[in-house]
Design a protein around this ligand. Structure first.
Ligand code: UTP
Length: 298
């Protein structure tokens, strides 16, 4: 029997990032740093921790910095070597471990997340793959597996597509894909078969409060289902609509992960991530906590 492991991850990074203008006018949103690491690096490290070694980036205009970030920086490395700054040299080299490879494909226009995923089809081929939206920064429980590693472990058991979900406030259903699910089994309470998925419904018509977060494991059948989609909500080709169509052909599961999601596509979420990760940071955490304690907040 074919072993159900994941080898490839797709990072759609071709969005316009309008909520972060003017910062994103000429630089990618995914290169915004949370403390000292760009969002995209958190996502790539998460995929690596799930055993994935082939990283596929779907990029657009103004995204060159992402390619540079995951490339060798000869000038910087030789300067650090000359200056005997070996700890920094190790840090710089750790961004792209030797056993990891990166491929880049362009999405010519921001036609939606579904369209971005479709742009990676020829690099993914006929195998299951993960999709990670780097602007959702996911942090697993302390000392526990990353969110994608948790999902990969589920995938090894089921071999079916899995989407990460979390409960969202009723008034926020318009921001998410929302799923209706069957009851989970007692032996695996986090995993639920999806009956229905709807993109950004109004609270009155939302089938539940279970919102899709930016981590997916998909079977390659998804490509033909995305291809069938006309533009959906916002005039974009939605991944949610592709998944909705996939449900007619295959089982798809929702997975309630252990950990926390920061919506770094929004200013509020980005600030929350910055504060909370800074408080835990090995180098500046202690200083930052005492700084926060000294702030007068009213
Ligand atoms: P968002 O909905 O956050 O859109 O996309 P955005 O354009 O990046 O940001 P705003 O809303 O204008 O501020 C979710 C993810 O899908 C990618 C984005 O890069 C982001 O990671 N995406 C979206 C694409 O790669 N291509 C698209 O056409 C749309």
């Amino acid at each position: 029997m074919k072993k159900l492991t994941l080898n490839k991850a797709v990072f759609p990074v071709a969005g316009l990032g309008t909520r972060f203008l003017p910062a994103t006018k000429a630089s990618p949103k995914e290169m915004l740093p949370v403390v000292d690491k760009p969002l995209i690096q958190y996502a790539v490290e998460e995929a690596y921790s799930a055993g994935i070694r082939h990283m596929i980036f779907v990029t657009g205009r103004s995204k060159r910095a992402i390619e540079d970030h995951f490339d060798t920086s000869y000038e910087l490395e030789s300067e650090l070597e000359k200056a005997e700054k070996f700890a920094l040299l190790k840090l710089v080299r750790s961004v792209q471990p030797d056993d990891m490879n990166c491929a880049f494909v362009r999405q010519p226009r921001s036609l939606g997340l579904g369209h971005a995923v479709l742009c990676a089809e020829h690099l993914v081929g006929n195998e299951p793959f993960a999709v990670l939206l780097a602007d959702d920064l996911m942090v697993g429980l302390s000392g526990g597996p990353s969110v994608l590693a948790q999902m990969a472990a589920q995938f090894e058991q089921t071999g079916q597509s899995i989407i990460s979900v979390q409960e969202v406030p009723a008034e926020q259903t318009r921001r998410y894909g929302i799923v209706a699910v069957d009851a989970a089994s007692a032996s695996n309470p986090g995993l639920m078969k999806i009956q229905k998925i709807v993109e950004k419904p109004a609270p009155e018509v939302a089938p539940s409060r279970m919102g899709v977060a930016g981590r997916y494991i998909l079977t390659p059948a998804i490509f033909e289902h995305i291809r069938k989609q006309a533009s959906g909500v916002g005039g974009e080709i939605q991944l949610t609509d592709g998944i909705s169509s996939l449900l007619d052909a295959e089982s798809v599961y929702a997975f309630q992960y252990q950990g926390k999601r920061y919506d770094c596509g929004s200013k509020e979420g980005f600030l929350e991530a910055t504060v909370e990760l800074a408080m835990q940071h090995p180098e500046v955490g202690e200083y930052f906590r005492s700084y926060l304690k000294g702030l007068k907040l009213d």
